[in-house]
Design a protein around this ligand. Structure first.
Ligand code: GDD
Ligand code: MG
Length: 347
């Protein structure tokens, strides 16, 4: 089975972390989310991926190449300009000649494909949209369905009081290749605002099936952090790299702790991390590979990407540091999101 991964958005709401990175490459528990996603979909039977990218596509290509290392085939469909969620599908038409899957690559979930594929086959529509239920649907695509599961209306980001239900587009679709006939070429097209409404209007058969399980869009700093806390407290059962060195504290290879270091669970620490004397890490901290944390540091509710440095006596809470960010000694970071590789940052 082939899957087209939509990974070309600008990630505006996650800036500055996405200033030099496609959002789906942001790490979750120390690995790019896209890597978790590809491994999961591979286990669900997907063996060919088409990466629809535009914003820093080389970051994706450098990491995955042709996919061989992951036992899958990955091809790249680059857009000359951001072509939108349907434009990106149309742009990849040459790769998609049979039933295919489309996934918003910034959604954090581990969907079960078999029930969705069965549902799609049974209903015989041109498209099946995976749905999930949320309390406030106003920042998503909201659907209205009949008893058979057919979608009667698709409204993208309605005002809360105007949302027809709290069933939303989970950002995963199964399509028949005929869908290409409904998407104009060579311009930006939104699947949510243009293609789904058109398919519904023309009676092409758009169905929706609620897919249960953990689901979150990681597109804002608050949600991105929440995904991590859900991983740490095991509400989201993502594979942890590392072993449990004390209850709910995971650490990778070659981690060095100074004297009197206190690890307050839950905590995840990557490989080759050094932590100085009397430092307190946690609760809720994720430290990437090759990070260096000095002495007498306090780090809680924070996420450090690989190769970050926090010098002595600094305090971090509710903060996120991008790759190679350097915090000077004695600084206090509260609610800071910093992405300045190699530069010494002050709060
Ligand atoms: N290739 C490509 N080109 N990808 C794009 C483009 C583009 O021009 N624009 C957006 N994408 C990708 C993003 O990288 C992301 O993975 C996905 O398409 C969705 O775009 P977002 O910008 O994150 O949309 P959203 O989160 O506001 O809303 C979408 O996702 C919701 C679920 O989280 C919609 O599909 C909603 O209907 C849905 O409920
Ligand atoms: Mg999104």
């Amino acid at each position: 089975m082939k899957a087209l991964l939509l990974a070309g958005g600008l990630g505006t709401r996650l800036r500055p972390l996405t200033e030099n990175l496609p959002k789906p490459m942001a790490p979750i528990a120390n690995r790019p989310w896209l890597e978790h996603l590809i491994i999961h979909l591979r286990e669900q039977g997907v063996d060919q991926f088409i990466m629809a990218a535009h914003h820093y596509p080389d970051v994706i290509r450098r990491h995955f190449g042709d996919g061989r290392r992951w036992g899958v085939k990955i091809e790249y469909s680059l857009e000359p300009f951001p072509m939108g969620t349907a434009g990106a599908i149309k742009n990849a038409e040459r790769f998609l000649d049979e039933r295919f899957l489309v996934v918003n690559a910034d959604i954090v979930h581990l969907p079960q494909l078999v029930p969705l594929l069965d549902f799609h086959r049974q209903h015989g529509g041109i498209a099946t949209i995976a749905l999930t239920e949320v309390e406030d649907p106003s920042s998503y695509g909201v659907v209205e369905q009949d008893d058979s599961g057919r979608i009667l209306r698709f409204v993208e980001k309605p005002r809360r009081e105007e949302a027809p239900s709290n069933r939303i587009n989970a950002g995963l679709y199964i399509f028949e290749p005929e869908v290409m006939r409904y998407i104009p070429a060579q311009r930006e097209v939104s699947i949510e605002r243009e293609t789904f409404p058109r398919l519904i209007e023309e009676g092409a058969g758009v169905y929706g099936m609620v897919s249960n399980g953990y689901w979150r869009d990681m597109g804002t700093p608050a949600r991105y952090r929440q995904v991590h806390w859900d991983v740490l407290n095991r509400r989201f059962p993502l594979l942890m790299h590392g072993r449990q060195i004390q209850p709910d504290v995971w650490a990778g290879e070659d981690v060095e702790f100074g004297a009197g270091v206190l690890l307050v669970p839950p905590v995840l620490i990557g490989n080759k991390v050094k932590v100085g004397d009397q430092t307190v890490i946690g609760p809720y901290a994720v430290i990437g590979d090759n990070c260096y944390i000095g002495a007498h540091v306090h780090c809680s509710n924070s996420i450090l990407w690989d190769r970050s440095v926090v010098r002595d006596n600094s305090r971090l809470s509710n903060s996120i540091f991008g790759y190679r960010t350097v915090a000077p000694a004695g600084e206090v970071f509260n609610n800071s999101i910093i992405n300045q590789p190699g530069e010494v940052m002050r709060a």
